[in-house]
Design a protein around this ligand. Structure first.
Ligand code: PGA
Length: 249
């Protein structure tokens, strides 16, 4: 049985005042039956991790550098993020792939470094609207999976998030059949590469306009083990509704 995961990605949102949302979230779920994770901006990781200590909420980062230390102005290494209290890191989000020209090989190098630092890596894959309309979705996802996921991956250190780019922040969501097709495909590719045991133990999240109102139907799709949530993770009340739906699966 894969432990379900509700992960929130705050992106470039949040200041000290936002930590009140974390308190509210922890209070609303004192004994969660699913894993709960919030990935705030790096400036808040240390304080957030201290604030959620002893609760069911974990703290993650949104990116890391592939090197452990060195002359990389403005960057943060996985070791530093772990030192600040992060247990997870999102890698290869489409906004990083687009805004920072990150390619699969960069993401793979970052993931290796993150895993070596003991972080669980949430590797994001997903197609653009043009790619979906050209019926290239599975080819694109297959290439992203083989290019971005390092060989040392296991069910403990890897989570894969399927995030169709056109569904992120748009209110548009693929049909449940479309989500199921991609998640089944990701599962079969992982089983093929890593063997059935490991392939079946990696958690697969869906991300892209998940809200309290559509979460339950998405969580009922095969091979969906949780969600990576952007906008609806900023307010504890919204994210709570998604957590409730995941706990009810
Ligand atoms: P959204 O973002 O929930 O705001 O669509 C999801 C994501 O980018 O992880």
């Amino acid at each position: 049985m894969r432990q379900k995961l509700a992960a929130g990605n705050w992106k470039m949102n949040g200041t000290k005042a936002s930590l009140a949302e974390l308190d509210a979230l922890a209070k609303a779920h004192p004994d969660p039956s699913v894993d709960i994770l919030i990935c705030p901006p790096a400036t808040l990781i240390d304080r957030a991790a201290q604030g959620v200590q002893g609760t069911g909420v974990g703290i993650g980062a949104q990116d890391c550098h592939a090197e452990t230390s060195g002359a990389h102005t403005g960057d943060l290494s996985a070791t530093m993020l772990a030192d600040a209290g992060a247990t997870h890191v999102i890698l290869g989000h489409s906004e990083r792939r687009e805004d920072h020209a990150e390619h699969n090989k960069d993401i793979r190098a970052k993931a290796r470094s993150a895993m070596d630092a003991g972080l669980v890596t949430i590797i994001c894959v997903g197609e653009s609207l043009e790619q979906r309309e050209a019926a290239n979705t599975l080819d694109i996802i297959g290439g992203q999976l083989s290019g971005s996921i390092p060989d040392q991956s296991t069910g403990e250190n890897l989570v894969v998030a399927y995030e169709p780019i056109w569904a992120i922040g748009t209110g548009k969501v693929p049909t449940l059949d479309e989500i199921g097709e991609v998640h089944d495909f990701i599962r079969s590719r992982l089983e093929h590469r890593f063997g059935e045991g490991v392939g079946r133990s990696v958690r697969l999240l869906y991300g892209g306009s998940v809200k309290p109102g559509n979460a339950a139907e998405i969580f009922a799709v095969s091979n969906v083990d949780g969600a990576l949530v952007g906008g609806a993770s900023l307010k504890a009340a919204d994210f709570s509704g998604i957590i409730d739906a995941l706990e009810a699966v």
